[in-house]
Write a protein that binds this ligand. Structure first.
Ligand SMILES: *Cc1c(COP(=O)(O)O)cnc(C)c1O
Length: 362
């Protein structure tokens, strides 16, 4: 197979052992003579996968009593409406740090008053706003911990006087998280914990059942708590792949080790961006730089002299086996996504490629 360094933003690189286990399970699931996608989800073989996957989430994130881990469909985008549907009575507060955060706030407006506590939209989201205050009369405060498109990240678990809700789609399981600070955490799996098709929700049960509106059965989190994520047919193959990905995280040594790895990879790449005269980072405050999505562009000097170098670099990098370096269509430039499964070796290859390209075009 062709050797490729995968920097895709999502879907993205997954651990090889998980992919191998997926191939085996597609052929013969646990010696049943059936594929994992042919067997009933009401079998003990499948139920053990469900239970183990929940247990891995609880263990790796140190999730305390009172919280439930749910595996749903619909992607993180559907959670933009689930959250206000279930939690918003009068007013919710949102931090506007990017396209996803913006979309989440937009959905909430259908259910009540929304206060945007701060926004960096006017600066094309090149930083995380600072110095804002969370209104104490809000039902919850919503943040997006990692802004996939712009490469900014809130790397610490913040304190909130009201229920904290976080979209962690793109930095799920990339570092230890103090779950007790959050009332609800959600994310699509396809950036760090599996393939597309399953959405994970971690919710504190005592927050539910407090809104005045009627809730459609499938949108009521309590349905899925009671049904243990099998009220209806769960996305079995994505969950199986998530099970294997979580096992890999555990085998790697858990989230402290994963975090160190992620810090090391990001430091290497940001170091090159800062040192290489051809490139510059797009995130203004270094403390906001995402460990997951590293966004950069041609430096002003080179952009003025030779703007075609942007396309040339992408072509050069592609030739060298790099995949997925084009920045999001809304911002352009380059983006390297260094999710958990990305190896230091991949980043070293990218750095070498940047150095070679700069040398050739100096
Ligand atoms: C990708 C992404 C989403 C959208 O996820 P879907 O599963 O495609 O709906 C939402 N929020 C963030 C932060 C993302 O990175």
């Amino acid at each position: 197979m062709k050797k490729v360094h995968i920097f895709n933003a999502g879907p993205c690189k997954l651990p090889q052992p998980a992919i191998q286990a997926g191939i085996e399970a597609l052929k013969d699931f646990k010696g049943t003579g059936m594929s994992v996608i042919e067997i009933s989800h009401r079998t003990k073989e499948w139920e053990s996968i469900m239970n183990e996957t929940v247990a891995l989430w609880k263990e790796l994130y140190n999730i305390p009593e009172g919280y439930h881990v749910l595996f749903l469909g619909g992607g993180a985008s559907t959670q933009f409406c689930y959250v206000p549907y279930n939690l918003l009575n009068k007013k919710a507060a949102y931090l506007d740090t990017g396209v996803w955060a913006h979309k989440a706030a937009k959905e909430a407006k259908m259910f009540g008053e929304v206060e945007i506590v701060a926004s960096s939209e006017a600066d094309v989201y090149n930083h995380i706003p600072k110095g804002w205050k969370i209104p104490t009369d809000a039902d919850y405060f919503h943040i997006t911990t990692n802004n996939t498109i712009y490469g900014t990240e809130i790397k610490k678990d913040i304190d909130s006087p009201v229920t904290l809700v976080a979209d962690m789609s793109s930095d799920f399981m990339s570092r230890p998280v103090d779950v007790t600070k959050y009332g609800l955490i959600y994310g699509g799996a396809q950036k760090n914990v599996g393939p597309a098709g399953v959405t994970v929700v971690i919710v504190r049960e005592d927050l539910l059942g407090k809104v005045n509106r009627p809730l459609p059965t499938m949108i009521d989190y309590r349905t899925h708590i009671k049904g243990e994520s099998m009220f209806n047919t769960p996305p079995v193959f994505p969950i199986f792949m998530m099970h294997e990905t979580m096992k890999w995280i555990k085998d790697m040594g858990g989230l402290e080790v994963i975090q160190k790895r992620n810090e090391e990879k990001a430091a290497l790449l940001y170091g090159e961006i800062d040192a290489n005269p051809m490139f510059k980072g797009t995130v203004i405050d270094k403390e906001d730089r995402s460990l997951m999505n590293v966004c950069f562009v041609l430096s002003d000097e080179y952009k003025a002299k030779k703007p075609e170098l942007e396309a040339e670099f992408l072509a050069f990098a592609k030739e060298q086996g790099m995949a997925g370096l084009k920045g999001h269509r809304s911002v352009g430039g380059f983006r390297a996504s260094l999710y958990n499964a990305c190896e230091l070796e991949d980043v070293k290859a990218l750095v070498a490629c940047m150095q070679e390209f700069a040398k050739k075009n100096a």
